[in-house]
Design a protein around this ligand. Structure first.
Ligand SMILES: Cc1cc2nc3c(=O)[nH]c(=O)nc-3n(C[C@H](O)[C@H](O)[C@H](O)COP(=O)(O)OP(=O)(O)OC[C@H]3O[C@@H](n4cnc5c(N)ncnc54)[C@H](O)[C@@H]3O)c2cc1C
Length: 464
């Protein structure tokens, strides 16, 4: 490794290969293009090398090498960053995908998970014991990135955010130390890890609480889209018992064989609902959703929790523009605005996603974790896929205008759904006192801002 301080230091590949036997992928290696590909298309970056360590000691070596050489360092778990943060042009990627150990303690109801695991792999493995930790809505998302930002999914109202089930972490910090972090050890860092993203180090292992969640009642319910149905769905979800969490996508029905042909291309509400509790009570909780309109398709049924994650195509790399927001209400007027904007666009894939929050997530005190938007009632994610730069401009303008029309007085945002939107937007993930505290923790653990390929929180000024 060259200790150059020029703006583009080079990588000493022979030395890197010697240090990481077989786990270094450089531009001339077979598999390089595959290894540099992220979930989202549009991030055509060329890292100087991608390193795949197998444990915390290996991660610490990569971190130290990047720091010494002045190389930009990107941390990659599941590769689902919306902002392309898990790659770099010319720098080093520490790719955690070879770190997939999972130690399950079914009696103690905890699990230690290496952070190369995806939500789907973790959920399937602990599900064999009738246990679960709540992650998001997609199996291929990495548990590291998702957890460090907060984690909002199908169990959010019943069990809270993913971080509300996080008990401890093993973290490699910028100075190459491997820290064991929990409520008692480095409590400031443990607080910051729960919502502050990848700013403070590389989390190599996470210890989660496991909850008895085996069979759920849920799945997909497809309703015809109208302002009335959208308003009713949100009101029904807010009134539902906490065992029920869900995600409603108002979108154009894709031409899937499992959907009636007449629905293809029509605007629908594709609701993914999950009642994590006793089956009969689940049927009762789901009935008012079914009654909102004659369903286009009703696939709600008893199933294992792990089956909530839909099958995915491996080589699926959409290009998308998006905007995330937190709002207080989706009444008839707001629902009408949603319908009008979706009707006005001709993007083949366009969506307004609604997630009713509350329940266990809202009961955790605001100052307990770095995720502070605990009292937010509804998360809204707007997105459109695009094809090429000209189309991107059109779709971005649509998303911007749509978001402005839905704006309800403040611009709070959930960090994990922010794209490449600039530093002001990162501040909107963290209210003032949370931001100040995070900047102070950053100063203590990463004063040189080595971990900056993320929704960045610069270190507070002052001595390290
Ligand atoms: C299709 C899709 C569905 C999603 N659904 C949900 C959802 O339902 N709920 C939800 O809460 N979020 C959801 N997200 C957002 C997701 O949580 C974030 O994109 C998250 O950052 C992805 O983590 P990753 O490890 O897959 O990504 P990566 O791209 O690998 O990592 C993203 C960033 O996270 C940081 N990071 C990742 N792993 C580590 C680690 N071990 N240590 C330190 N830093 C790390 C790094 O800064 C990195 O740049 C979704 C995203 C996509 C693309």
């Amino acid at each position: 490794m060259q200790g150059s301080s020029s703006s583009s230091p080079t990588i000493d590949l022979p030395r890197l290969r010697a240090a990481f036997d077989g786990q270094v992928i450089a531009p001339d290696d077979p598999g390089y293009d595959q290894a540099r590909t992220l979930f989202y298309g549009g991030w055509d970056r060329h890292p100087g090398a991608i390193v795949r360590p197998t444990d915390a000691a290996g991660v610490a070596r990569v971190v130290a090498l990047a720091g010494d050489a002045g190389l930009e360092l990107a941390v990659r778990g599941g590769g689902h960053s919306l902002a392309g943060h898990s790659t770099t042009e010319g720098g080093l990627v520490v790719d955690l995908s070879a770190m997939t150990d999972l130690e399950i303690d079914p009696e103690g109801r905890t699990a230690w998970a290496q952070t190369g695991l995806t939500a789907g792999a973790y959920t399937a493995a602990v599900g064999k014991h009738g246990l679960a930790t709540g992650f998001g809505d997609t199996g291929s998302v990495g548990i590291g990135g998702l957890t460090l930002g907060g984690g909002v999914g199908f169990l959010v109202r019943r069990l809270g955010l993913t971080i509300d089930s996080l008990l401890a972490a093993e973290v490699v910090t910028a100075d190459g130390r491997i820290l064991q972090v929990d409520d008692q050890h480095h409590p400031d860092l443990f607080w910051a890890l729960r919502g502050g993203g990848g700013n403070f180090g590389v989390a190599t292992r996470l210890r989660f609480r496991l909850h008895p969640v085996d069979q759920i009642v849920g799945g997909m319910l497809l309703l015809p889209a109208s302002a009335e149905v959208i308003e009713g769905l949100v009101a029904t979800a807010e009134a539902a018992p906490e065992e029920l969490s869900g995600i409603a996508n108002v979108m154009v029905a894709p031409p899937l064989p499992l959907l009636p042909e007449a629905a293809h291309g029509q605007l629908v509400v594709l609701a993914l609902l999950c009642y994590a509790g006793e089956a009969e009570a689940g049927e009762r909780a789901l009935a008012p959703f079914r009654a909102l309109a004659e369903p286009v398709a009703d696939m709600l049924q008893p199933m294992s929790y792990a089956d909530m994650f839909a099958a995915e195509e491996e080589e699926y790399h959409p290009t998308a523009v998006s905007r995330t927001m937190l709002v207080d209400t989706v009444d008839r007027e707001v629902a009408g605005t949603i319908m009008r904007h979706l009707e006005a666009s001709d993007a083949p894939v366009r969506v307004a996603q609604l997630r009713v929050l509350g329940g266990a997530m809202a009961r955790v005190p605001v100052e307990a974790t770095a995720f502070a938007h605990r009292d937010s009632r509804i998360m809204v994610n707007l997105a459109a896929f695009y094809e090429g730069p000209d189309d991107r401009v059109v779709r971005q303008a649509w998303v911007d205008e749509f978001a402005a029309a839905l704006h309800q007085g403040d611009s709070r945002a959930y960090v994990n759904f922010i794209g490449d939107e600039g530093p002001d937007r990162v501040r909107e993930a963290y209210p003032g006192p949370t931001w100040d505290r995070l900047a102070e923790v950053k100063r203590r653990y990463d004063p040189g801002n080595l971990f900056r390929r993320n929704q960045n929180i610069p270190p507070a000024p002052g001595p390290a």
